[in-house]
Design a binder for this molecule. Structure first.
Ligand code: SAH
Length: 353
């Protein structure tokens, strides 16, 4: 990691004040506001002298270069493929809903968790992202949202990577997003495949962010296959960590469940999930699987999704069915990068604002 240059959003306010020690304090404030409140390029700061803008642009290079962008047909979903300073690539997805705007960010380039149904897992692990690389994804998305007249309200760490395998940099990014970008902790969600030490650390953490656990199967034999990290942190150990987390934080836990046709969508699977989720009072988010090239199984058809959700409700578990977003733009985790592997770094569909 040490070979990576410090990028724009790795800088703290104190770092910036030190860099600009020869400037009046209000100039430091202007630069900080340009970077954080507006998320614009130094070139855009008409209130800052040109020479100072040039100095900041030179000292604080952006971490992300846009390699591709796609916009869904309805314009409500925007997906970016970013190239990093060392050529690695990650994705973020911006989603507008009637009541909120959410960005899904990556915490690692690639992922080592090897979930077979996930495009990122199929491609393997490249490296951890730096704090600046994570925060800049949010800044870029917020800027784009503002241009569309919408306020970015929610951040979910459900892009590429496993946030708890990169805990320290991710947590620092959470703090920057909260402290410097002003997004409330309850609007931030960390999603984990079930890394128990991470759940335990989060229970002690100083910001009340939300926790989602990607469960997908609630018996060890099948989860060992679908989510290999289950062999290291089996379901009873995971449940204990979740129970302690809920007790320590009094926050609502959610389970993510990608419904895979004929694989984890039967009545028996719903019964197992209900038995697992009920004592934890967990909320279940159901989403039909987005098929990926390395796992060409289709998502559960709509009538079975409804039956599965109804069964959970009958068993006393709250469940929400999520709509797949951006299927037309390869918006499932890791898919945009996969479809661009080796290809030209063109912008797919130019800005549709
Ligand atoms: N590693 C973390 C966060 C990234 S994955 C985690 O596992 O939670 C974000 C979510 O997308 C997880 O719930 C993951 O299981 C889900 N996911 C991955 N591939 C998917 C696919 N092809 N279709 C639907 N959901 C998928």
């Amino acid at each position: 990691m040490s070979e990576l240059p410090r990028s724009r959003y790795d800088w703290t306010r104190a770092d910036l004040a030190e860099l600009l020690a020869d400037q009046p304090r209000y100039r430091v404030d202007q630069v900080w506001q340009g970077l954080h409140d507006h998320g614009t390029e130094p070139d855009d700061w008409s209130n800052v002298p040109k020479a100072l803008r040039a100095r900041v642009a030179e000292a604080l290079p952006p971490a992300l270069e846009r390699a591709a962008e796609s916009v869904s047909d309805d314009g409500e979903t925007v997906k970016w493929l970013w190239s990093l300073a060392d050529g690695r690539q990650v994705e973020s997805v911006l989603m507008h809903y009637p009541d909120r705007t959410t960005v899904c960010v990556s915490s690692q380039a690639g992922c080592a968790m090897a979930c077979g149904f996930c495009a990122t897992g199929q491609a393997g692990f490249d490296r951890h992202l730096t704090t600046g690389e994570i925060v800049e994804q949010v800044v870029r998305a917020r800027r784009r949202s503002a241009e569309a007249g919408k306020r970015l309200s929610n951040i979910v760490f459900m892009g590429m990577g496993e946030p708890f395998a990169n805990y320290d940099r991710t947590w620092e990014a959470v703090h920057r997003i909260h402290d410097d970008l002003g997004i409330g902790a309850r609007h931030l969600t960390l999603s984990t495949v079930g890394i128990v030490p991470g759940i335990r650390r989060l229970a002690e953490a100083d910001l009340p962010v939300n926790l989602a656990v990607s469960l997908h199967v609630a018996n060890d034999a099948e989860r060992d296959e679908l989510v290999p990290i289950n062999r290291r942190y089996p379901l009873d150990v995971l449940a204990e960590a979740c129970a302690d987390y809920v007790e320590a934080t009094h926050r609502r836990l959610s389970f993510e469940w990608a419904l895979i046709d004929g694989t984890n969508d039967t009545d028996r699977h719903a019964d197992e999930l209900a038995a697992y989720a009920r004592p934890l009072r967990a909320h279940v988010n159901l989403i039909p699987l987005n098929p990926t090239p390395g796992y060409p199984v289709r998502g559960t058809p709509p009538d079975r999704v409804r039956a599965f959700a109804r069964r959970l409700e009958d068993l006393g578990v709250n469940a929400t069915v999520r709509r797949t977003r951006g299927t037309d733009i390869d918006a499932a985790c890791g898919q945009l990068r996969a479809s661009h592997a080796g290809g030209p770094t063109a912008v797919d569909s130019p800005t549709r604002r």
